[in-house]
Ligand binder design. Structure first.
Ligand code: SIN
Ligand code: MN
Length: 251
């Protein structure tokens, strides 16, 4: 039985996320991890994979592996991941995008508090997306595990602004005044776990993470799924296909 029971669906609805320990077997995570060095070293022209880099040139995110790298392609279609997403969004879904977040030992840095829909609203879609974060490494308090604000998806969308100072890349994030008014310490849940654990979360769930202060890397892949009818409308600044899919084959 790959889908979720009523209790799991209710928990996702109430909290905006559901953490499923041990969803994927060790051998599958080993296979995924063994493809990573090639993904980090390759060139877009030869393998189609898109890489976002730090100012230093180090790769911090790897997009499009669900299209061009066989073990990640298989992961994106894995029923244990896809079935619950279909229960949440409806039976017809497509892949919006996927990204490996490398978050390397000592170097991987903060993700400011944001809702993913704070980015995606600018791509001309409705908030009918779900993200699935697969842990490729152990995630600890020390290596910058994801933090979520339980129940924040019920706030709907908060205003976001573009921060260009905190890290070497632009981030959309929620301003400190709003956070002080709305986010309580009790809401904040650090999602620590093991390789093979999986977190499902709503596109309006407030989340972020701290700097990696540890010698352990904290690699994850986040695959975002969208409802099939929720195709991007034309917008002022359309983003490239690695960020906003223009291929809509149902999963
Ligand atoms: C994200 O929100 O896309 C990344 C968060 C993280 O990897 O910690
Ligand atoms: Mn995010």
């Amino acid at each position: 039985m790959m889908g979720w029971n009523q209790q799991q669906l209710q928990e996702f609805d109430k909290l905006g996320y559901l953490f499923v320990p041990g969803l994927l077997p060790t051998h599958q995570i080993t296979e995924l991890n063994s493809a990573v060095p090639r993904l980090l070293a390759g060139e877009e022209q030869s393998d189609g994979i898109h890489r976002e880099r730090e100012r230093s040139g180090a790769v911090r995110q790897v997009y499009l592996t669900h299209r061009y790298c066989p073990p990640f392609k298989a992961l994106s279609k894995n029923a244990a991941i896809v079935e619950p997403v279909k229960q949440i969004l409806g039976k017809d879904i497509y892949i919006w995008h996927s990204k490996i977040n490398v978050k390397d030992a000592f170097e991987g840095t903060v993700w400011l508090w944001h809702q993913d829909y704070g980015y995606w609203m600018w791509d001309g879609v409705d908030p009918k997306l779900v993200s699935v974060m697969v842990f490729l490494d152990k995630a600890t308090l020390n290596n910058g595990c994801l933090m979520v604000a339980a129940g924040s998806h019920k706030w709907d969308r908060l205003e976001h602004y573009a921060d260009e100072e905190t890290t070497s890349y632009k981030q959309w994030c929620v301003d400190t005044e709003t956070l002080k008014q709305r986010l309580t310490e009790q809401m904040i849940q650090p999602i620590t776990g093991e390789p093979g654990d999986v977190l499902f979360f709503h596109c309006n769930l407030l989340h972020g993470s701290g700097h990696n202060m540890s010698p352990l890397p904290r690699k994850t892949i986040i695959i975002a799924y969208n409802e099939l009818n929720n195709k991007p409308r034309s917008v002022e600044k359309p983003r490239p296909d690695w960020a906003v899919a223009r291929q809509f084959e149902p999963v």
